[in-house]
Design a protein around this ligand. Structure first.
Ligand code: NAP
Ligand code: G4F
Length: 371
């Protein structure tokens, strides 16, 4: 275990050192060393893809997970190895974004070179029902992470998972210079967290970058977000075990990309010489209705026969139109999306059809992860 490093005189995090390419050590006369990353929200959609990416790049990856009464690590099945085996480079640690002490202790113990802060209460509609909790986990969670970095005096780089929800009612196309006007407690909490990261960069010299990511989806998307809710229902309706799908507002516009491509750019942001904030988006917007049309059609179904609107899914204040301008990311990072809307819809439907077939055939066995 790396020894704890004393905080510098003013309790400031040390400026991040220049990083060697991952997995290649520092070269020259320096010893070869595996780079260490800490990922909060590792059990979520993005956290699981990011952990895979970092492992493939040679990192030792530490995931922060919170206590749950059931196993919540299914998305990590592809990379999980029993920690009793030798050479394991993916390890999980219990902590919680509402528990400052757990964050300080973990960061001090690990001394990670990179921290990807993805953990949050991420559901916009739910944030209207639990605004105080959302402010705490999604907003204060970032403040606690940043203070934990300062308190532990660790040399690190920090990625803040900012969101296009911060733009709210600001008209498209939204870019890094668009003023925020959040429309939900979640959006407000993310604006708070965004400015916390900027402030620690300006006040304390921390290498902190905000990735302002527009919606990104995948077969690992949480089941209550609209895209996954649709693709799961399509699979069930096609199999004859469900008939109706109840949705809310079908006419908002979202800029939907493919999650594995979005975690790649998180990593890229922390490899730059200087920290900065970047919008990540496809530049194309579609409605939930268009998503339904394509998804049902891909399974040979007519969406209008199965989809009904239930107003209880409407939000008290909606974000009508998100469509991002990611030209800065293209110029500075060389990042461009590859998977476009129709392909995204098809791959998500195909994955849910396959998943249901596996479930019905009893081919899926729950993996127990006691760590
Ligand atoms: P997600 O699937 O909902 O995952 C959220 C993660 O945060 C889960 O691992 C969850 O743990 C963890 N978490 C929640 N509360 C916590 C707490 N109190 N302490 C510790 N961990 C906690 O979210 P995602 O789609 O991967 O998104 C990743 C990040 O990017 C989030 O910050 C999200 O707000 C942001 N973002 C996402 C999108 C998008 O379209 N996906 C767009 C912009 C920004 P459990 O598994 O235990 O619940
Ligand atoms: O899938 P959604 O719940 O995603 P939303 O609200 O855009 O938020 C997601 O993307 C954000 C990035 O902009 C992230 F920061 C956030 O964490 C999350 O990942 O809803 C998309 C749209 C909304 O306009 C919603 O009103 O779909 C509409 N919708 C219509 N029927 C529905 C439903 N959304 C959900 N969740 N469930 C429905 O039945």
């Amino acid at each position: 275990m790396a020894p704890a490093t004393a905080p510098s005189v003013e309790g400031r995090p040390r400026p991040a050192r220049r990083l060697p390419p991952a997995g290649e050590g520092t070269g020259g006369s320096y010893p070869r060393r595996v780079r260490k990353a800490l990922v909060t929200g590792v059990t979520g959609q993005d956290g699981s893809y990011l952990a895979e990416l970092l492992l493939a790049k040679g990192y030792e990856v530490h995931g922060l997970i919170r206590r749950a009464s059931t196993f919540n690590t299914q998305r990590l099945d592809p990379i999980y190895r029993d920690p009793h085996e030798s050479g394991v480079r993916f390890l999980m640690h219990y902590a919680d974004l509402s528990d400052s002490g757990s964050l300080v202790n973990l960061i001090r113990e690990l001394q990670p070179e990179e921290i990807y802060h993805l953990g949050a209460q991420t559901h916009v509609k739910v944030s209207f029902e639990i605004p105080e909790y959302t402010a705490d986990a999604t907003g204060m969670g970032t403040a606690r992470m940043l203070e934990a970095i300062r308190a532990s005096g660790v040399e690190t780089r920090f990625y803040q998972a900012s969101s296009s929800e911060m733009f709210g009612s600001a008209p498209p196309p939204q870019s890094e210079s668009t003023a925020f006007h959040p429309r939900s407690p979640y959006g407000v909490a993310k604006v708070f967290a965004y400015w916390f990261a900027v402030n620690y960069r300006e006040a304390h010299g921390l290498f902190a970058s905000n990735g302002i990511l527009f919606n990104h989806e995948s077969p690992r998307r949480g089941e209550t977000f609209v895209t996954r809710k649709i693709t799961r229902a399509v699979a069930r309706i096609a199999a004859g075990i469900q008939d109706k799908l109840y949705l809310g507002n079908l006419h908002s516009k979202r800029d939907w990309g493919y999650a594995p491509e979005y975690v790649e750019v998180m990593w890229q942001m922390l490899q730059q010489d200087e920290p900065a904030d970047y919008v990540i988006a496809t530049g194309e917007a579609h409605t939930p209705q268009e998503f339904c049309e394509l998804a049902f059609d891909h399974a040979g179904l007519d969406w209008e026969r199965h989809v009904e609107v239930d107003e209880s899914y409407f939000r008290p204040s909606e974000v009508d139109y998100l469509c991002g301008d990611s030209s800065l990311a293209k110029k500075a990072l060389g990042w461009e999306p590859k998977v476009r809307f129709p392909e995204l819809v098809r791959l998500m439907v195909d994955a849910d059809v396959q998943l249901l077939e596996d479930e019905l055939a009893g081919r899926l066995v729950r993996q127990d992860r006691d760590h």
